[in-house]
Design a protein around this ligand. Structure first.
Ligand SMILES: [Ca+2]
Ligand SMILES: [Ca+2]
Ligand SMILES: [Ca+2]
Ligand SMILES: [Ca+2]
Length: 261
């Protein structure tokens, strides 16, 4: 066989051919080894805090060489897992706005925007202003993105969506069996920062979502009980913890769809 090949290929080209083939083989091996090492690098967790170096550098902006970036006694990975900021002691991630652009760190991470850059898509509008007004913080396209609130009266949870992305999920308390929360497809009719409900004055962050048989139903904060996610205690409204309801209120425009199941 060798003889046949030698006869077909002129002798003067043969060394070049062999050289090029061996070069190609070397290059493929090098590329393979590099890819292996690179993928290993992405998985490396130098300080063993549960977040990879890649995540620390590119997503959470924590110190990849210090397991407790904010020095509060809890590892970065543990804090992230439990919804706490690894950058600010004792604060939940949705209460920290690292770049002061109006969008909290938790929502930045869920939306894929940068929590250290005020205007991720560089279109002249702050990330928080865009999300508040239903625009994408990561794309300069002018298309609006629909938000949606879903309430489960069975699981006592409220889910808040930005398009297909789940922004947040909160425990709620809905109507008691004799005064149930109306089920169905509604939308936000009006917003009131403060309202007086009979014996509960100065109630904060009220989203009017339905009027049934002359009765108005709201999603609002409740300071007089702590049954969120545990029991139905309301006269039909959807009660949220004060610490949760402010973000929801601020980022829910009139007209937002509300589905109660
Ligand atoms: Ca780490
Ligand atoms: Ca910490
Ligand atoms: Ca940002
Ligand atoms: Ca922007």
């Amino acid at each position: 066989m060798n003889l046949v090949i030698q006869e077909k290929a002129p002798a003067s080209y043969l060394p070049y051919l062999i050289f090029i083939i061996s070069l190609l083989i070397t290059a493929s091996i090098a590329a393979f080894v590099w890819a292996e090492n690179y993928s290993n690098l992405i998985d490396i967790d130098t300080d063993a805090d549960g977040l990879t170096d890649y995540e620390e550098t590119n997503i959470y902006f924590t110190d990849w060489n210090n397991p407790d970036t904010d020095n509060d006694g809890y590892n970065d990975g543990l804090e992230v897992k439990n919804g706490y900021s690894p950058k600010q002691p004792k604060l939940k991630m949705d209460k920290v706005d690292s770049d002061n652009d109006g969008l909290n760190d938790e929502w930045e991470i869920r939306l894929g925007s940068n929590l250290t850059v005020k205007d991720t898509d560089n279109d002249g509008y702050l990330d928080g202003v865009e999300v508040m007004n239903n625009f994408s913080p990561t794309s300069s396209k002018a298309d609006k993105i629909k938000k949606r609130i879903e309430v489960s009266t069975k699981n006592l949870r409220l889910s808040f969506y930005f398009g297909d992305i789940l922004l947040d999920n909160y425990p709620v308390s809905t109507g008691k069996p004799l005064t149930p929360t109306p089920l169905g497809n509604f939308s936000i009719i009006a917003k009131y920062p403060i309202k007086n409900y009979n014996i509960y004055p100065n109630t904060k962050w009220n989203l009017h979502f339905a009027t049934v048989n002359g009765l108005r139903y709201y999603i609002h904060g409740a300071y007089w009980h702590n049954n969120f996610g545990i029991a139905t205690v309301s006269g039909g409204c959807v009660n949220l913890r004060y610490e949760d309801v402010e973000n929801l209120y601020n980022f829910t425009p009139i007209g937002t769809q509300v589905i109660v199941q």
